[in-house]
Design a protein around this ligand. Structure first.
Ligand code: CYC
Length: 161
């Protein structure tokens, strides 16, 4: 797993240089937003299950997906879907704190599309649920912190598509 600081230091080290102006500016912007990111993570962890429920209500509830024959039909599969959305929320929060998406590649997206395809989990509907989660998280956190989180929900969506 990488974070904003190690990524910038590693790339300067590869060139045998001190951090250049552009890298220092990126580092400062990461530090400036530190308070916002820490507060966002606290709010998300206190509201995680509500956020997941709201995202499902907005995107999947009362669609073909939850009806007989749909991939979320039966308690077991419904619970698996909720659990997956909670994974997405938790790992997106980690990535937002780190200011770097690599943890999503390593722990979430690696092999996920193949797993979904082999189990018949609909990727398009999953992406819709991730986008709904981006919206409900932004509604809760406000625009500025919502944007910090939005980057990582978009990363998950594009990693799945
Ligand atoms: C921490 C990283 C991590 C991820 C991301 C993960 C995902 C993951 N989701 C799975 C299943 C599943 N995922 C879903 C999800 C959905 N079905 C829908 O229709 C919805 C659109 C969607 C929810 C948004 C469902 C229903 C299953 C069970 C499929 C089945 O067994 O038939 C499986 C197969 C094994 C299992 O059932 O537990 C994995 C590995 N596991 C991990 O360890």
């Amino acid at each position: 797993m990488q974070d904003a600081i190690t990524t910038l230091i590693n790339s300067s080290d590869t060139q045998g240089k001190y951090l250049d102006d552009a890298s220092l500016e990126r580092l400062q912007s990461y530090f400036r937003s530190g308070e916002i990111r820490a507060r966002a993570a606290t709010t998300i962890s206190a509201n995680a299950s509500t956020l997941v429920t709201q995202a499902v209500a907005r995107s999947l509830m009362y669609t073909d997906i939850t009806a007989p024959g749909g991939n979320m039909y039966t308690c077991r599969r419904y619970a698996a879907c909720i659990r997956d959305l909670d994974y997405f929320l938790r790992y997106a929060t980690y990535a937002m704190l780190a200011g770097d998406p690599s943890i999503l590649d390593e722990r979430v997206l690696n092999g996920l599309r193949e797993t979904y395809n082999s189990l018949g989990v609909p990727v398009g509907a999953t992406i819709r649920a991730v986008q709904a989660m981006k919206d409900v998280v932004s509604d809760l956190l406000g625009a500025e912190a919502g944007k910090e989180m939005g980057v990582y929900f978009d990363y998950i969506a594009s990693g799945l598509s």
